[in-house]
Design a protein around this ligand. Structure first.
Ligand SMILES: [Zn+2]
Length: 277
């Protein structure tokens, strides 16, 4: 049985219409008390995010991740496995903090990071690819080619949709199974478009359906089929960029949050630059 702790390592301020949307960036500490696994490894530090994406925010880099782990009494060397769900800049950075951990990534995702579809080139980084190919020891890198029964209580589902080689960990806890769905629907509103608790604009005509998010490497039908596959394997979904996700599972546990408050937190905190250069 595993416990899952959400590590918030920063926020991105993304253009959303004529306003700015705050997107929290999360990693997850997964542990059964013996084995410590990090799912997703965060984003670059903010000067580098500004330089490479022209996007503002807070947190990121080594410091935020080290601080988040320290809140749980851990240092990077205590992590045995790192599982980036995919290799976008806000999910697979900072791997150099974990030279002796084993990184698990789908072979298709590594290839896509080298040669992405045109619309995703901005999300991939050379330093992440170089970090992975420099891991020469078998104990430092495991490339996967499909679903993987990683260990008792943790299954990885390979789900081409957001990217060709994304995998989603399905984690067994004392209360049930939790899916760390990452950017396969990175807010609750993609998963529950008909539920008024998930969005202040419920789309009732979509009852029993899902909304594919706009950043995807595959078609809309493939995206929705991937979401259905997650639901078939899990009890709750935990999106990567929703402010309302549970902090500690299984102590906190819900399928859909009680309110929409804080989902689209449009206002950037005081003092932050809106359009940095
Ligand atoms: Zn992504």
């Amino acid at each position: 049985m595993f416990e899952i702790h959400s590590l918030r390592v920063g926020e991105l301020y993304l253009p959303h219409g004529d306003r700015i949307m705050r997107d929290p960036v999360h990693c997850w500490l997964v542990t059964d008390g013996k084995t410590r696994i990090l799912v997703d490894s965060g984003m670059p530090d903010m000067p580098e995010v500004r330089r490479s994406l022209n996007v503002d925010g807070i947190g990121g880099g080594h410091a935020s991740l080290i601080e988040a782990l320290a809140l749980h009494g851990l240092a990077p060397q205590d992590i045995e496995f790192v599982i980036p769900t995919h290799l976008h800049f806000d999910h697979g950075c900072n791997l150099d903090l974990f030279p002796d951990a084993c990184v698990l990534v789908q072979r298709d995702e590594l290839f896509h990071a080298i040669d992405p579809v045109a619309t995703q080139r901005i999300y991939y980084r050379r330093d992440i690819v170089i970090e992975l190919i420099n891991r020469k020891r078998g104990s430092q890198l495991r490339l996967l080619d499909d679903d993987c029964d990683f260990m008792d209580g943790i299954k990885l589902l390979k789900l081409p949709a957001h990217t060709p080689g994304m995998h989603v960990p399905i984690i067994t806890t004392a209360r049930g199974k939790a899916a760390l769905v990452s950017d396969l629907g990175d807010h609750y509103r993609y998963w529950y478009p008909a539920d008024p608790r998930a969005s202040d604009k419920p789309m009732r005509f979509m009852t029993g359906s899902f909304l594919p998010s706009p950043i995807r490497s595959e078609g809309e039908r493939e995206f929705v089929a991937a979401m259905q596959r997650v639901i078939d394997h899990t009890d709750i979904v935990v999106p990567a960029h929703d402010f309302r996700i549970p902090k500690h599972m299984p102590e906190e546990w819900f399928a859909i949050p009680d309110s929409t408050a804080g989902d689209l937190a449009h206002v950037a905190p005081e003092g932050s630059a809106r359009t940095p250069n």
